[in-house]
Ligand binder design. Structure first.
Ligand code: ATP
Ligand code: MG
Length: 577
Protein backbone atom coordinates (compact mmCIF):
# COMPACT_ATOMS: atom_id res chain seq x y z
CA UNK A 1 0.00 0.00 0.00
CA UNK A 2 1.10 3.54 -0.59
CA UNK A 3 2.17 4.98 2.70
CA UNK A 4 2.12 8.66 3.44
CA UNK A 5 5.71 9.67 3.01
CA UNK A 6 7.75 12.10 4.99
CA UNK A 7 8.69 15.25 3.14
CA UNK A 8 12.29 14.96 2.00
CA UNK A 9 14.44 17.76 3.27
CA UNK A 10 14.76 20.38 0.59
CA UNK A 11 14.82 24.07 0.07
CA UNK A 12 11.29 25.32 0.49
CA UNK A 13 9.87 28.15 -1.50
CA UNK A 14 10.64 31.35 0.32
CA UNK A 15 7.19 31.70 1.81
CA UNK A 16 7.62 28.29 3.40
CA UNK A 17 4.38 27.02 1.92
CA UNK A 18 3.70 25.46 -1.40
CA UNK A 19 0.74 27.25 -2.84
CA UNK A 20 1.01 28.61 -6.34
CA UNK A 21 1.30 32.21 -5.22
CA UNK A 22 4.31 31.55 -2.96
CA UNK A 23 6.23 34.75 -3.04
CA UNK A 24 9.83 35.22 -4.13
CA UNK A 25 12.27 38.05 -4.72
CA UNK A 26 10.99 38.60 -8.26
CA UNK A 27 7.43 39.02 -7.05
CA UNK A 28 8.73 41.46 -4.44
CA UNK A 29 10.30 43.54 -7.23
CA UNK A 30 7.02 43.49 -9.14
CA UNK A 31 5.05 44.45 -6.02
CA UNK A 32 7.34 47.45 -5.56
CA UNK A 33 7.01 48.43 -9.21
CA UNK A 34 3.24 48.31 -8.91
CA UNK A 35 3.38 50.47 -5.80
CA UNK A 36 5.50 53.12 -7.50
CA UNK A 37 3.37 53.02 -10.63
CA UNK A 38 6.21 51.86 -12.89
CA UNK A 39 5.06 50.52 -16.30
CA UNK A 40 1.61 52.04 -15.64
CA UNK A 41 0.79 49.04 -13.51
CA UNK A 42 1.35 46.60 -16.36
CA UNK A 43 3.01 43.22 -15.86
CA UNK A 44 4.24 41.54 -19.04
CA UNK A 45 6.60 38.58 -19.09
CA UNK A 46 7.70 36.13 -21.75
CA UNK A 47 9.05 32.63 -22.06
CA UNK A 48 11.78 32.72 -24.73
CA UNK A 49 12.97 29.25 -25.79
CA UNK A 50 15.43 28.77 -28.58
CA UNK A 51 13.85 26.11 -30.83
CA UNK A 52 16.98 23.94 -30.92
CA UNK A 53 15.79 21.05 -28.76
CA UNK A 54 12.91 19.80 -26.66
CA UNK A 55 11.97 21.49 -23.41
CA UNK A 56 13.26 19.99 -20.18
CA UNK A 57 12.31 20.27 -16.54
CA UNK A 58 14.55 23.35 -16.16
CA UNK A 59 12.42 25.10 -18.74
CA UNK A 60 9.35 24.07 -16.74
CA UNK A 61 10.69 26.14 -13.86
CA UNK A 62 10.99 29.16 -16.13
CA UNK A 63 7.55 28.53 -17.67
CA UNK A 64 5.87 28.24 -14.27
CA UNK A 65 7.63 31.38 -13.11
CA UNK A 66 6.80 33.54 -16.13
CA UNK A 67 3.28 32.32 -16.78
CA UNK A 68 2.59 32.11 -13.04
CA UNK A 69 3.49 35.75 -12.55
CA UNK A 70 1.35 36.81 -15.50
CA UNK A 71 -1.58 34.84 -14.07
CA UNK A 72 -1.25 36.18 -10.54
CA UNK A 73 -0.75 39.81 -11.54
CA UNK A 74 -3.40 39.89 -14.22
CA UNK A 75 -0.68 40.38 -16.77
CA UNK A 76 0.40 38.63 -19.93
CA UNK A 77 3.11 36.12 -20.80
CA UNK A 78 4.26 35.80 -24.40
CA UNK A 79 5.67 32.71 -25.99
CA UNK A 80 8.64 33.91 -27.99
CA UNK A 81 10.88 31.73 -30.05
CA UNK A 82 14.41 33.03 -29.91
CA UNK A 83 15.21 31.84 -33.40
CA UNK A 84 18.35 33.71 -34.37
CA UNK A 85 20.46 30.66 -35.14
CA UNK A 86 19.45 29.26 -38.54
CA UNK A 87 21.60 26.15 -38.42
CA UNK A 88 20.36 24.42 -35.31
CA UNK A 89 16.70 25.25 -35.34
CA UNK A 90 13.80 23.23 -36.63
CA UNK A 91 10.02 23.29 -36.91
CA UNK A 92 9.88 19.98 -35.02
CA UNK A 93 11.24 21.78 -31.98
CA UNK A 94 8.81 24.69 -32.32
CA UNK A 95 5.87 22.27 -32.41
CA UNK A 96 7.12 20.24 -29.46
CA UNK A 97 7.64 23.39 -27.39
CA UNK A 98 4.07 24.53 -28.01
CA UNK A 99 2.70 21.10 -27.12
CA UNK A 100 4.73 21.01 -23.92
CA UNK A 101 3.81 24.50 -22.69
CA UNK A 102 0.13 23.74 -23.27
CA UNK A 103 0.42 20.38 -21.57
CA UNK A 104 1.95 22.06 -18.54
CA UNK A 105 -1.27 24.04 -18.36
CA UNK A 106 -0.32 27.45 -19.72
CA UNK A 107 -1.80 29.53 -22.50
CA UNK A 108 -0.09 32.30 -24.49
CA UNK A 109 -3.36 33.04 -26.31
CA UNK A 110 -2.56 34.87 -29.55
CA UNK A 111 0.83 36.05 -28.32
CA UNK A 112 3.09 33.68 -30.23
CA UNK A 113 6.13 35.59 -31.39
CA UNK A 114 9.37 34.87 -33.20
CA UNK A 115 12.54 36.90 -32.99
CA UNK A 116 12.82 36.26 -36.73
CA UNK A 117 9.66 38.36 -37.21
CA UNK A 118 11.72 41.32 -36.02
CA UNK A 119 14.67 40.83 -38.38
CA UNK A 120 13.77 43.84 -40.54
CA UNK A 121 13.26 46.04 -37.50
CA UNK A 122 16.50 44.78 -35.94
CA UNK A 123 18.33 45.61 -39.14
CA UNK A 124 16.95 49.15 -39.06
CA UNK A 125 18.05 49.50 -35.46
CA UNK A 126 21.54 48.37 -36.45
CA UNK A 127 21.61 51.05 -39.14
CA UNK A 128 20.52 53.51 -36.48
CA UNK A 129 23.46 52.46 -34.29
CA UNK A 130 25.89 52.85 -37.18
CA UNK A 131 24.58 56.31 -37.98
CA UNK A 132 24.94 57.28 -34.33
CA UNK A 133 28.55 56.10 -34.36
CA UNK A 134 27.67 53.25 -32.00
CA UNK A 135 28.42 50.34 -34.28
CA UNK A 136 31.05 49.48 -36.88
CA UNK A 137 31.88 46.77 -39.35
CA UNK A 138 34.96 44.86 -38.30
CA UNK A 139 36.92 42.88 -40.86
CA UNK A 140 39.24 41.04 -38.53
CA UNK A 141 38.95 37.27 -38.55
CA UNK A 142 37.17 35.51 -35.69
CA UNK A 143 40.54 34.46 -34.34
CA UNK A 144 41.96 37.98 -34.48
CA UNK A 145 38.89 39.33 -32.75
CA UNK A 146 39.40 36.77 -30.00
CA UNK A 147 43.05 37.79 -29.66
CA UNK A 148 42.06 41.45 -29.40
CA UNK A 149 39.53 40.80 -26.67
CA UNK A 150 42.02 40.80 -23.81
CA UNK A 151 41.44 38.86 -20.61
CA UNK A 152 39.75 39.39 -17.29
CA UNK A 153 42.89 41.16 -16.06
CA UNK A 154 44.01 42.87 -19.26
CA UNK A 155 42.02 45.31 -21.37
CA UNK A 156 41.24 44.47 -24.97
CA UNK A 157 42.86 46.08 -28.02
CA UNK A 158 40.95 48.16 -30.49
CA UNK A 159 40.44 46.79 -33.95
CA UNK A 160 42.13 48.76 -36.76
CA UNK A 161 38.67 48.94 -38.37
CA UNK A 162 37.04 50.52 -35.33
CA UNK A 163 37.23 54.04 -36.71
CA UNK A 164 35.72 53.40 -40.10
CA UNK A 165 33.49 56.25 -41.20
CA UNK A 166 29.73 56.03 -40.84
CA UNK A 167 29.45 55.99 -44.66
CA UNK A 168 31.86 53.11 -45.03
CA UNK A 169 30.11 51.18 -42.26
CA UNK A 170 26.70 51.74 -43.83
CA UNK A 171 27.97 50.63 -47.19
CA UNK A 172 29.64 47.50 -45.85
CA UNK A 173 26.67 46.54 -43.70
CA UNK A 174 24.32 46.91 -46.62
CA UNK A 175 26.58 44.75 -48.74
CA UNK A 176 26.78 42.18 -45.95
CA UNK A 177 23.02 41.94 -46.15
CA UNK A 178 23.12 41.78 -49.93
CA UNK A 179 25.24 38.65 -49.75
CA UNK A 180 28.45 40.06 -51.20
CA UNK A 181 30.69 38.48 -48.57
CA UNK A 182 31.51 35.03 -47.35
CA UNK A 183 30.72 33.78 -43.86
CA UNK A 184 33.10 35.36 -41.36
CA UNK A 185 34.42 38.06 -43.71
CA UNK A 186 32.95 40.84 -41.56
CA UNK A 187 30.92 41.32 -38.42
CA UNK A 188 28.99 44.28 -37.15
CA UNK A 189 30.11 45.22 -33.65
CA UNK A 190 28.68 47.54 -31.06
CA UNK A 191 31.15 50.33 -30.29
CA UNK A 192 31.27 50.39 -26.53
CA UNK A 193 34.53 50.03 -24.62
CA UNK A 194 37.44 47.66 -25.31
CA UNK A 195 38.80 48.39 -21.83
CA UNK A 196 35.62 47.56 -19.94
CA UNK A 197 36.16 45.21 -17.02
CA UNK A 198 33.03 43.42 -18.30
CA UNK A 199 34.11 41.37 -21.30
CA UNK A 200 30.59 41.49 -22.72
CA UNK A 201 30.99 45.23 -23.19
CA UNK A 202 34.19 44.98 -25.26
CA UNK A 203 32.56 45.79 -28.56
CA UNK A 204 30.41 42.65 -28.81
CA UNK A 205 29.42 41.37 -32.24
CA UNK A 206 25.79 42.11 -33.03
CA UNK A 207 25.53 40.75 -36.59
CA UNK A 208 27.36 37.95 -38.34
CA UNK A 209 27.28 36.61 -41.87
CA UNK A 210 25.77 33.13 -42.23
CA UNK A 211 24.73 31.88 -45.61
CA UNK A 212 22.17 29.46 -44.22
CA UNK A 213 18.45 29.03 -44.71
CA UNK A 214 16.29 29.82 -41.71
CA UNK A 215 13.26 27.71 -40.81
CA UNK A 216 10.98 30.74 -41.04
CA UNK A 217 12.67 33.36 -43.19
CA UNK A 218 14.13 30.93 -45.72
CA UNK A 219 16.88 32.51 -47.82
CA UNK A 220 15.81 36.07 -47.20
CA UNK A 221 18.72 36.75 -44.87
CA UNK A 222 22.38 35.90 -44.91
CA UNK A 223 23.21 38.04 -41.90
CA UNK A 224 21.78 37.12 -38.53
CA UNK A 225 21.61 39.20 -35.34
CA UNK A 226 23.35 37.89 -32.24
CA UNK A 227 21.43 36.73 -29.23
CA UNK A 228 22.33 39.55 -26.83
CA UNK A 229 21.34 42.18 -29.35
CA UNK A 230 18.15 40.42 -30.40
CA UNK A 231 16.85 39.46 -27.00
CA UNK A 232 16.63 42.87 -25.38
CA UNK A 233 15.13 44.43 -28.50
CA UNK A 234 12.55 41.66 -28.83
CA UNK A 235 11.61 42.25 -25.20
CA UNK A 236 11.29 45.98 -25.81
CA UNK A 237 9.27 45.59 -29.01
CA UNK A 238 6.85 43.33 -27.14
CA UNK A 239 6.70 45.84 -24.27
CA UNK A 240 7.82 43.27 -21.75
CA UNK A 241 8.06 44.79 -18.27
CA UNK A 242 10.08 42.13 -16.45
CA UNK A 243 12.52 40.07 -18.49
CA UNK A 244 13.29 37.09 -16.30
CA UNK A 245 16.30 35.00 -17.19
CA UNK A 246 18.85 32.70 -15.61
CA UNK A 247 21.93 33.82 -13.69
CA UNK A 248 24.45 33.30 -16.47
CA UNK A 249 23.00 36.43 -18.07
CA UNK A 250 23.80 38.65 -15.10
CA UNK A 251 27.02 39.85 -16.75
CA UNK A 252 25.11 40.53 -19.93
CA UNK A 253 22.69 42.93 -18.25
CA UNK A 254 24.86 46.03 -18.87
CA UNK A 255 24.81 45.17 -22.57
CA UNK A 256 21.04 44.57 -22.46
CA UNK A 257 20.61 48.04 -21.00
CA UNK A 258 23.19 49.67 -23.27
CA UNK A 259 21.48 48.50 -26.45
CA UNK A 260 18.08 49.71 -25.29
CA UNK A 261 19.53 53.06 -24.17
CA UNK A 262 20.91 53.75 -27.67
CA UNK A 263 17.72 53.08 -29.59
CA UNK A 264 14.24 54.56 -29.91
CA UNK A 265 12.46 51.61 -28.32
CA UNK A 266 8.91 51.73 -26.95
CA UNK A 267 9.91 50.51 -23.49
CA UNK A 268 12.90 49.46 -21.44
CA UNK A 269 12.22 46.14 -19.70
CA UNK A 270 14.02 45.25 -16.51
CA UNK A 271 16.17 42.14 -16.70
CA UNK A 272 16.01 40.03 -13.55
CA UNK A 273 18.13 36.93 -13.08
CA UNK A 274 17.33 33.82 -11.05
CA UNK A 275 19.14 30.54 -10.40
CA UNK A 276 18.54 27.86 -12.98
CA UNK A 277 17.27 24.48 -11.90
CA UNK A 278 19.84 21.75 -11.48
CA UNK A 279 18.60 18.28 -10.55
CA UNK A 280 20.62 15.49 -9.00
CA UNK A 281 21.09 12.34 -11.13
CA UNK A 282 20.04 14.37 -14.19
CA UNK A 283 21.60 16.36 -17.01
CA UNK A 284 19.68 19.43 -18.15
CA UNK A 285 21.71 20.95 -20.91
CA UNK A 286 20.23 20.71 -24.36
CA UNK A 287 23.62 19.91 -25.81
CA UNK A 288 23.90 16.85 -23.56
CA UNK A 289 20.31 15.82 -24.17
CA UNK A 290 20.89 16.00 -27.93
CA UNK A 291 23.92 13.78 -27.46
CA UNK A 292 21.86 11.18 -25.57
CA UNK A 293 19.35 11.12 -28.42
CA UNK A 294 21.83 11.21 -31.31
CA UNK A 295 24.07 8.52 -29.88
CA UNK A 296 21.16 6.22 -29.18
CA UNK A 297 21.59 6.07 -25.40
CA UNK A 298 17.86 6.64 -25.23
CA UNK A 299 15.02 6.05 -27.62
CA UNK A 300 14.34 9.63 -28.72
CA UNK A 301 13.47 12.90 -27.01
CA UNK A 302 10.38 11.41 -25.42
CA UNK A 303 12.10 8.34 -24.03
CA UNK A 304 10.55 7.96 -20.57
CA UNK A 305 14.01 8.26 -18.99
CA UNK A 306 14.64 11.69 -20.47
CA UNK A 307 14.23 14.79 -18.28
CA UNK A 308 12.34 16.40 -21.12
CA UNK A 309 8.72 17.42 -20.67
CA UNK A 310 7.77 14.94 -23.40
CA UNK A 311 9.78 12.20 -21.68
CA UNK A 312 8.14 12.90 -18.33
CA UNK A 313 4.73 12.92 -19.99
CA UNK A 314 5.31 9.51 -21.54
CA UNK A 315 6.73 8.23 -18.26
CA UNK A 316 3.48 9.20 -16.51
CA UNK A 317 4.40 12.43 -14.77
CA UNK A 318 1.46 14.80 -14.52
CA UNK A 319 1.46 18.56 -15.14
CA UNK A 320 0.16 19.01 -11.60
CA UNK A 321 3.15 17.16 -10.13
CA UNK A 322 5.62 19.20 -12.17
CA UNK A 323 3.94 22.51 -11.35
CA UNK A 324 3.81 21.61 -7.70
CA UNK A 325 7.50 20.74 -7.81
CA UNK A 326 8.31 24.10 -9.41
CA UNK A 327 6.37 25.89 -6.68
CA UNK A 328 8.12 23.99 -3.94
CA UNK A 329 11.66 24.57 -5.15
CA UNK A 330 11.00 28.29 -5.19
CA UNK A 331 13.09 30.91 -6.92
CA UNK A 332 16.46 31.97 -5.61
CA UNK A 333 19.47 34.06 -6.57
CA UNK A 334 22.01 31.36 -5.82
CA UNK A 335 22.70 28.18 -7.79
CA UNK A 336 21.98 24.91 -6.07
CA UNK A 337 21.17 21.32 -6.93
CA UNK A 338 17.68 20.08 -6.14
CA UNK A 339 17.35 16.46 -5.08
CA UNK A 340 15.49 14.53 -7.77
CA UNK A 341 13.77 12.73 -4.86
CA UNK A 342 11.69 15.88 -4.36
CA UNK A 343 10.37 15.68 -7.90
CA UNK A 344 9.53 12.02 -7.34
CA UNK A 345 7.88 12.91 -4.05
CA UNK A 346 5.62 15.47 -5.76
CA UNK A 347 4.79 12.86 -8.36
CA UNK A 348 3.88 10.17 -5.82
CA UNK A 349 1.78 12.64 -3.91
CA UNK A 350 -0.23 13.46 -7.04
CA UNK A 351 -0.51 9.90 -8.32
CA UNK A 352 -1.45 8.57 -4.90
CA UNK A 353 -4.61 10.63 -5.02
CA UNK A 354 -5.25 10.12 -8.71
CA UNK A 355 -4.42 6.53 -9.62
CA UNK A 356 -6.88 3.66 -9.14
CA UNK A 357 -5.44 0.56 -7.50
CA UNK A 358 -5.24 -2.66 -9.49
CA UNK A 359 -3.31 -5.91 -9.21
CA UNK A 360 -0.59 -7.03 -11.58
CA UNK A 361 2.09 -9.69 -11.30
CA UNK A 362 5.32 -8.76 -13.04
CA UNK A 363 7.34 -11.97 -12.60
CA UNK A 364 4.72 -14.69 -12.25
CA UNK A 365 5.01 -17.79 -10.11
CA UNK A 366 2.14 -20.25 -10.40
CA UNK A 367 0.18 -21.13 -7.29
CA UNK A 368 -2.24 -24.07 -7.37
CA UNK A 369 -4.92 -24.08 -4.69
CA UNK A 370 -5.24 -27.84 -4.32
CA UNK A 371 -8.48 -27.76 -2.29
CA UNK A 372 -10.22 -25.34 -4.69
CA UNK A 373 -12.39 -27.21 -7.20
CA UNK A 374 -11.04 -27.34 -10.75
CA UNK A 375 -13.16 -25.41 -13.26
CA UNK A 376 -14.70 -23.25 -10.57
CA UNK A 377 -14.16 -19.53 -10.11
CA UNK A 378 -15.69 -16.66 -8.18
CA UNK A 379 -15.54 -12.89 -8.10
CA UNK A 380 -14.26 -10.94 -5.15
CA UNK A 381 -14.81 -7.28 -4.41
CA UNK A 382 -11.76 -5.01 -4.50
CA UNK A 383 -11.68 -1.30 -3.62
CA UNK A 384 -10.50 1.09 -6.31
CA UNK A 385 -8.95 3.55 -3.89
CA UNK A 386 -8.55 3.03 -0.16
CA UNK A 387 -8.75 6.75 0.62
CA UNK A 388 -11.74 7.53 -1.60
CA UNK A 389 -14.54 5.00 -0.99
CA UNK A 390 -16.75 6.97 -3.37
CA UNK A 391 -14.58 5.74 -6.23
CA UNK A 392 -16.20 2.36 -5.75
CA UNK A 393 -15.20 -1.23 -6.06
CA UNK A 394 -14.63 -3.72 -8.85
CA UNK A 395 -14.67 -7.49 -9.14
CA UNK A 396 -11.52 -9.57 -9.41
CA UNK A 397 -11.84 -13.23 -10.40
CA UNK A 398 -10.35 -15.97 -8.25
CA UNK A 399 -9.78 -19.61 -9.23
CA UNK A 400 -7.76 -22.72 -8.60
CA UNK A 401 -4.66 -21.46 -10.42
CA UNK A 402 -3.17 -18.10 -9.57
CA UNK A 403 -0.02 -16.13 -10.11
CA UNK A 404 1.93 -14.42 -7.40
CA UNK A 405 5.21 -12.53 -7.62
CA UNK A 406 8.27 -14.80 -7.71
CA UNK A 407 9.94 -12.70 -5.07
CA UNK A 408 7.01 -13.22 -2.69
CA UNK A 409 8.01 -16.87 -2.23
CA UNK A 410 11.18 -18.33 -0.74
CA UNK A 411 11.85 -21.98 -0.18
CA UNK A 412 14.39 -21.30 2.54
CA UNK A 413 13.46 -17.88 3.89
CA UNK A 414 15.91 -15.85 5.95
CA UNK A 415 14.75 -14.48 9.29
CA UNK A 416 13.14 -11.28 8.11
CA UNK A 417 11.24 -12.72 5.17
CA UNK A 418 7.56 -12.88 6.15
CA UNK A 419 5.96 -13.74 2.85
CA UNK A 420 5.11 -17.17 1.45
CA UNK A 421 7.35 -20.12 2.37
CA UNK A 422 6.82 -23.83 2.96
CA UNK A 423 4.33 -24.42 5.78
CA UNK A 424 3.55 -20.70 6.07
CA UNK A 425 0.19 -18.94 5.77
CA UNK A 426 -0.30 -15.53 4.10
CA UNK A 427 -3.24 -13.43 2.94
CA UNK A 428 -4.09 -12.94 -0.72
CA UNK A 429 -5.44 -9.41 -0.93
CA UNK A 430 -9.27 -9.22 -1.13
CA UNK A 431 -9.35 -13.05 -1.25
CA UNK A 432 -8.33 -15.75 1.20
CA UNK A 433 -5.62 -16.99 3.50
CA UNK A 434 -3.51 -19.60 1.73
CA UNK A 435 -0.93 -21.99 3.17
CA UNK A 436 2.02 -23.41 1.28
CA UNK A 437 1.96 -27.20 1.32
CA UNK A 438 4.32 -28.29 -1.43
CA UNK A 439 6.99 -26.90 -3.75
CA UNK A 440 7.22 -28.23 -7.32
CA UNK A 441 10.55 -27.99 -9.15
CA UNK A 442 11.88 -28.68 -12.62
CA UNK A 443 14.82 -30.96 -13.40
CA UNK A 444 17.25 -28.10 -12.79
CA UNK A 445 15.85 -27.51 -9.32
CA UNK A 446 13.99 -24.26 -10.11
CA UNK A 447 10.68 -23.72 -8.37
CA UNK A 448 7.97 -23.91 -11.04
CA UNK A 449 4.82 -24.10 -8.93
CA UNK A 450 3.77 -23.76 -5.36
CA UNK A 451 0.89 -25.88 -4.12
CA UNK A 452 -1.24 -24.34 -1.42
CA UNK A 453 -4.52 -24.90 0.38
CA UNK A 454 -6.93 -22.08 1.08
CA UNK A 455 -9.19 -21.51 4.06
CA UNK A 456 -12.73 -20.89 2.73
CA UNK A 457 -13.73 -19.20 6.01
CA UNK A 458 -11.32 -16.29 5.32
CA UNK A 459 -13.14 -14.98 2.23
CA UNK A 460 -12.44 -11.27 1.76
CA UNK A 461 -9.16 -11.60 3.62
CA UNK A 462 -10.17 -11.81 7.28
CA UNK A 463 -10.03 -14.79 9.54
CA UNK A 464 -13.14 -15.25 11.72
CA UNK A 465 -11.05 -16.93 14.43
CA UNK A 466 -8.75 -13.91 14.67
CA UNK A 467 -5.75 -15.78 13.24
CA UNK A 468 -3.02 -13.40 12.10
CA UNK A 469 -0.72 -13.58 9.10
CA UNK A 470 2.37 -11.47 8.56
CA UNK A 471 2.01 -10.73 4.85
CA UNK A 472 -0.58 -9.76 2.27
CA UNK A 473 0.29 -10.56 -1.31
CA UNK A 474 -1.12 -9.33 -4.59
CA UNK A 475 -2.09 -11.96 -7.14
CA UNK A 476 -4.08 -12.59 -10.32
CA UNK A 477 -6.15 -15.53 -11.50
CA UNK A 478 -4.21 -17.53 -14.11
CA UNK A 479 -7.32 -18.30 -16.16
CA UNK A 480 -8.50 -14.71 -16.29
CA UNK A 481 -5.35 -12.60 -16.30
CA UNK A 482 -4.25 -10.78 -19.40
CA UNK A 483 -0.68 -10.84 -20.62
CA UNK A 484 1.24 -7.61 -20.81
CA UNK A 485 4.62 -6.08 -21.42
CA UNK A 486 5.84 -3.91 -18.60
CA UNK A 487 8.82 -1.57 -18.86
CA UNK A 488 10.55 -0.86 -15.61
CA UNK A 489 12.16 2.53 -15.90
CA UNK A 490 14.63 3.84 -13.41
CA UNK A 491 16.93 6.85 -13.17
CA UNK A 492 19.03 7.29 -16.29
CA UNK A 493 22.21 8.08 -14.36
CA UNK A 494 23.63 6.38 -11.32
CA UNK A 495 25.83 9.32 -10.39
CA UNK A 496 24.47 12.22 -8.39
CA UNK A 497 26.12 14.77 -10.60
CA UNK A 498 26.64 13.16 -14.00
CA UNK A 499 27.41 16.46 -15.71
CA UNK A 500 30.50 17.12 -13.59
CA UNK A 501 32.76 14.89 -15.63
CA UNK A 502 35.76 13.86 -13.62
CA UNK A 503 39.08 13.50 -15.35
CA UNK A 504 38.99 11.16 -18.30
CA UNK A 505 35.25 10.65 -17.96
CA UNK A 506 32.30 11.59 -20.08
CA UNK A 507 28.84 12.14 -18.62
CA UNK A 508 27.52 9.14 -20.56
CA UNK A 509 29.92 6.93 -18.55
CA UNK A 510 27.46 7.36 -15.69
CA UNK A 511 24.43 5.98 -17.48
CA UNK A 512 22.64 3.50 -15.25
CA UNK A 513 22.80 0.16 -17.10
CA UNK A 514 19.58 -0.85 -15.35
CA UNK A 515 17.60 2.23 -16.31
CA UNK A 516 15.26 0.06 -18.39
CA UNK A 517 14.22 -3.52 -17.83
CA UNK A 518 11.55 -4.89 -20.15
CA UNK A 519 9.37 -7.71 -18.83
CA UNK A 520 7.21 -9.50 -21.35
CA UNK A 521 5.42 -12.23 -19.38
CA UNK A 522 3.53 -10.04 -16.94
CA UNK A 523 -0.07 -10.83 -15.94
CA UNK A 524 -2.66 -8.16 -15.19
CA UNK A 525 -6.07 -8.42 -13.62
CA UNK A 526 -8.72 -8.53 -16.37
CA UNK A 527 -10.12 -5.06 -15.63
CA UNK A 528 -7.03 -3.73 -17.41
CA UNK A 529 -7.93 -5.34 -20.74
CA UNK A 530 -9.64 -2.11 -21.74
CA UNK A 531 -6.81 0.19 -20.64
CA UNK A 532 -6.45 3.12 -22.99
CA UNK A 533 -3.05 4.62 -23.84
CA UNK A 534 -2.28 7.17 -21.14
CA UNK A 535 -4.34 5.47 -18.41
CA UNK A 536 -2.58 5.62 -15.07
CA UNK A 537 -2.87 3.10 -12.24
CA UNK A 538 -1.13 1.90 -9.16
CA UNK A 539 -0.13 -1.76 -9.34
CA UNK A 540 -0.58 -2.60 -5.69
CA UNK A 541 2.74 -2.94 -3.85
CA UNK A 542 4.72 -2.25 -7.04
CA UNK A 543 4.38 1.36 -8.05
CA UNK A 544 2.58 3.71 -10.42
CA UNK A 545 2.28 2.73 -14.06
CA UNK A 546 0.96 4.28 -17.26
CA UNK A 547 -0.29 2.55 -20.41
CA UNK A 548 2.30 3.64 -22.96
CA UNK A 549 0.99 6.29 -25.32
CA UNK A 550 2.97 4.96 -28.26
CA UNK A 551 2.82 1.18 -27.92
CA UNK A 552 -0.10 0.19 -25.70
CA UNK A 553 -3.44 -0.86 -27.20
CA UNK A 554 -6.60 -2.09 -25.55
CA UNK A 555 -6.23 -5.87 -25.35
CA UNK A 556 -2.44 -5.81 -25.69
CA UNK A 557 -1.34 -3.45 -22.97
CA UNK A 558 2.16 -2.11 -22.51
CA UNK A 559 2.74 -0.37 -19.21
CA UNK A 560 5.59 1.92 -18.20
CA UNK A 561 6.59 2.17 -14.59
CA UNK A 562 6.32 5.83 -13.69
CA UNK A 563 7.78 5.56 -10.21
CA UNK A 564 8.05 3.04 -7.42
CA UNK A 565 5.95 3.46 -4.29
CA UNK A 566 8.94 4.36 -2.17
CA UNK A 567 12.27 5.93 -2.87
CA UNK A 568 14.53 2.97 -3.69
CA UNK A 569 17.57 5.20 -3.96
CA UNK A 570 17.50 6.56 -0.42
CA UNK A 571 18.77 3.20 0.85
CA UNK A 572 21.44 3.19 -1.83
CA UNK A 573 22.63 6.66 -0.84
CA UNK A 574 22.85 5.65 2.82
CA UNK A 575 24.82 2.52 1.95
CA UNK A 576 27.30 4.56 -0.07
CA UNK A 577 28.04 6.91 2.84
P1 ATP B 1 20.20 24.77 -22.07
O1 ATP B 1 21.21 25.39 -21.16
O2 ATP B 1 19.54 23.57 -21.50
O3 ATP B 1 20.70 24.55 -23.46
P2 ATP B 1 19.01 27.25 -22.75
O4 ATP B 1 19.05 28.27 -21.69
O5 ATP B 1 19.99 27.41 -23.85
O6 ATP B 1 19.03 25.82 -22.11
P3 ATP B 1 16.62 28.28 -23.94
O7 ATP B 1 15.78 27.65 -24.95
O8 ATP B 1 17.41 29.47 -24.31
O9 ATP B 1 17.58 27.14 -23.38
O10 ATP B 1 15.80 28.56 -22.62
C1 ATP B 1 14.56 29.21 -22.60
C2 ATP B 1 14.34 29.80 -21.25
O11 ATP B 1 14.38 28.79 -20.25
C3 ATP B 1 15.42 30.80 -20.90
O12 ATP B 1 14.81 31.93 -20.32
C4 ATP B 1 16.28 30.08 -19.91
O13 ATP B 1 16.85 30.99 -19.02
C5 ATP B 1 15.29 29.14 -19.24
N1 ATP B 1 15.97 27.95 -18.74
C6 ATP B 1 16.75 27.09 -19.43
N2 ATP B 1 17.26 26.14 -18.64
C7 ATP B 1 16.79 26.39 -17.40
C8 ATP B 1 16.95 25.77 -16.12
N3 ATP B 1 17.72 24.69 -15.96
N4 ATP B 1 16.31 26.31 -15.06
C9 ATP B 1 15.53 27.40 -15.21
N5 ATP B 1 15.33 28.03 -16.38
C10 ATP B 1 15.96 27.55 -17.47
MG1 MG C 1 19.65 29.95 -24.16
Amino acid sequence: MAKKQGHPKTEQSESGNNNAAATNFIRTIIDDDLKTGKNDGRVATRFPPEPNGYLHIGHAKSICLNFGIARDYNGTCNLRFDDTNPEKEEIEYVDSIKTDVRWLGFDWEEREYYASDYFEQLYDFAVHLIKAGRAYVDSLSAEEIRDHRGTLTEPGKQSPYRDRSVEENLDLFERMRAGEFKDGAHVLRAKIDMASPNMNMRDPAIYRIRHAAHHRTGDKWCIYPMYDYTHCLSDALEKITHSICTLEFEDHRPLYDWVLDQLPVPCHPQQIEFARLNLSFTVLSKRKLIELVDQGHVDGWDDPRMPTISGYRRRGYTPEAIRNFCDRIGVAKRDSVVDVALLEYCLREDLNARAPRVMAVLRPLKVVITNYPAGQSEELGAVNHPEYPERGTRKVPFGRELYIEQEDFMEAPPKKFFRLAPGREVRLRYAYFIKCEEVIKDAAGNVTEVHCTYDPTTRGGDSPDGRKVKATLHWVSAAHAIKAEVRLYDRLFNDENPAAAKQGEHFTDHINPKSLETLTGCRLEPSLAAAQPGDQVQFERLGYFIADTADSKPGTPVFNRTVTLRDQWAKFAKKKK
